[in-house]
Ligand binder design. Structure first.
Ligand code: ZN
Length: 437
C-alpha cells in the first residue's frame, strides 16, 4: 500500500514553499554571486527524482543549473535565476532565514527570483512523476542575472544555445498593474534596454576669486544635465504598448482611440495616477541624470566634472538613436558607455502568448490579462537573441499585501504561499497543455 502511494508520486512531492525556504538560506548575493551552492542544491533535489540534469560552471562559484524531462519535437523552457541583490540594513527579520510564517516565505530572493526557481523546480518534479510528456521541458536556473547575466544566461546563450533552445520560454518579469482598486495580471512580452553613460565636461582651473564661468566644468555639466532633464523624447507606440494604454483607458471608461499624438492627454485623464509614470516610460526613451561629481575646493574653478545618466530605450531604438537625439545637448561633452543592453520584444500575437494567457485564465478567472513591457532588464533578452520568444509571468494571487511586490530589491522581501502554489500549478498545466501532443 505504502509502495503504491509512493509510486503514484503523490506522497513524495516536495512542497514549493519548502524548496523556496531552503533556497533563501543558501546565500547567493551578487556580487560576488556564489550560485554554485544553489546549483548543487538543485542537483541533489533533481537527482532524487532521477531527472536528467547538469551544472555548467564557466567560472568558479558561478554555476548555472540545467535539467530536462520528456522527449519530442516540441520544446518549452522554464527560466529563472539563482542570484539575489544585496541586503541593506533595517529588515524586520533575518534576510536569509527563509522562515515560513503567517502564510508567507520570508527572505531575500523570495520574489526575485528564488520563488520562481522553486515553482519551476516543483513543477518539473511533479511532471516527472505524474505525466508522460510528448515534448521536452527544459529547466534553467541561471547565475548572474542581477548584474547583467553575462556569467549566466549570457554564457548559456553564447556557448550552449542548444541546451536551452526552445519554442518559447517562460521567465520572470511581469509587472503588477493596478488601476484604482483593481490589480491586473500581466504577461511581459518585452523590455527596455538600459544605456547607462558617463559624461565628462572639461574646463580650465583658476582661482575662484576671479571666476571665468566659460571655463567652469561644473557650470558646463549643470547646463547639460538641466537640458537632459528638460528634453522631451519622441513618443513611440509599439503595438503592445498602444494596446496596453488602450486597455487601461477603456477600463477607466475613456473612449479615446489612443495614438502617438494623444497618448499623454489620455494618460492625464486616467482617474488613478498610479500607472501613469510606468505607462509614460513605456512610450518613450527615458533619461534620468542620477550622479554628478565635480570640483575639488570652494575657491578653485573646477576643470573636470562627471555625470552618470540612466537612459532606457524602447524596442526598436539603439545607441545610434540616443546619440542622434541628444547630439545638440551633448555637444562638446565626453561620452562613455557604462552599460548597454539592447531592448527586446517577443510578439503577443502568436500561439505561445495565447496559450500562456488562456492557461493563466484557468487559474485567475476571466479577468483582463495585459501584455506588458518591463522597464527593467531580465535574462529574457538573451533568449530573444537566440530566437526564443520569451514571456515573463507573475502569477500572484491578487488579494495579497500590496507591500509585497514593492519588497523586490528592497527590505522585508516575502512571497505568499498561495501565490507560489498557484504559480506551480500554472506551470504544471502549461507544460501539460503545450507538450501533450
Ligand atoms: Zn530577477
Amino acid at each position: 500500500m505504502l509502495m503504491t502511494k509512493n509510486l503514484s508520486g503523490k506522497t513524495n512531492m516536495p512542497l514549493v514553499e519548502s524548496i523556496l525556504s531552503e533556497l533563501i538560506k543558501i546565500q547567493s548575493v551578487n556580487p560576488p554571486g556564489g550560485e554554485t551552492k544553489v546549483a548543487k542544491y538543485l542537483k541533489k533535489l533533481f537527482d532524487r527524482y532521477q531527472i536528467h540534469n547538469e551544472i555548467i560552471e564557466p567560472k568558479p562559484g558561478r554555476a548555472s543549473f540545467i535539467a530536462d524531462i520528456g522527449e519530442g519535437h516540441k520544446k518549452l523552457l522554464y527560466l529563472s535565476h539563482t542570484d539575489v541583490v544585496p541586503v541593506t540594513a533595517g529588515w524586520d527579520f533575518p534576510p536569509f532565514s527563509g522562515e515560513i510564517k503567517d502564510g508567507f516565505v520570508h527572505g531575500r530572493g523570495a520574489i526575485d527570483c528564488k520563488g520562481l526557481v522553486a515553482a519551476e523546480a516543483c513543477a518539473v518534479i511533479r511532471l516527472s512523476q505524474t505525466t508522460k510528456l510528448k515534448g521536452k521541458l527544459i529547466f534553467a536556473a541561471t547565475a548572474d542575472e542581477e548584474i547583467g547575466g553575462y556569467a549566466g544566461a549570457g554564457v548559456l546563450s553564447e556557448e550552449y544555445p542548444e541546451k536551452i533552445r526552445a519554442d518559447f520560454a517562460v521567465n520572470e518579469g511581469a509587472e503588477v498593474l493596478t488601476l484604482g482598486s483593481t490589480t491586473y495580471h500581466s504577461i511581459s512580452v518585452g523590455e527596455k534596454g538600459p544605456a547607462w553613460m558617463k559624461l565628462t565636461s572639461k574646463g580650465i582651473s583658476s582661482h575662484g576669486s576671479v571666476p571665468m564661468t566659460e571655463n567652469n566644468a561644473v557650470v558646463k555639466m549643470a547646463e547639460v544635465v538641466t537640458n537632459l532633464a528638460k528634453y522631451q523624447p519622441r513618443v513611440v507606440l509599439t503595438p503592445e504598448t498602444r494596446n496596453l494604454v488602450q486597455i487601461f483607458a477603456h477600463l477607466d471608461g475613456l473612449t479615446d482611440e489612443v495614438n502617438e499624438n494623444n497618448v499623454d492627454a489620455v494618460l492625464s485623464k486616467l482617474s488613478d495616477k498610479t500607472p501613469v509614470s510606468y505607462l509614460k516610460a513605456l512610450t518613450r526613451m527615458t533619461i534620468s541624470p542620477d550622479v554628478i561629481r565635480g570640483g575639488v575646493k570652494t575657491n578653485i574653478v573646477p576643470d573636470n566634472c562627471e555625470a552618470e545618466i540612466d537612459v532606457r530605450i524602447l524596442p526598436g531604438q539603439n545607441w545610434q538613436y540616443i546619440m542622434h537625439e541628444l547630439k545638440e545637448i551633448l555637444n562638446g561633452i565626453g561620452v562613455e558607455t557604462i552599460q548597454y543592453n539592447p531592448s527586446s520584444l517577443s510578439s503577443s500575437d502568436n500561439d505561445y502568448y495565447r496559450l500562456i494567457e488562456s492557461t493563466l485564465k484557468e487559474f485567475v478567472g476571466d479577468v483582463p490579462i495585459l501584455p506588458s513591457i518591463c522597464t527593467g532588464a531580465t535574462d529574457s533578452r538573451y533568449m530573444r537573441d537566440i530566437g526564443v520568444p520569451s514571456y515573463g509571468i507573475g502569477v500572484m494571487t491578487l488579494n495579497t499585501d500590496p507591500v509585497m511586490s514593492g519588497s523586490v530589491h528592497g527590505k522585508n522581501e516575502k512571497i505568499d504561499i498561495a501565490s507560489l502554489r498557484l504559480k506551480t500549478d500554472f506551470l504544471v498545466k502549461l507544460a501539460q497543455k503545450y507538450l501533450s501532443d
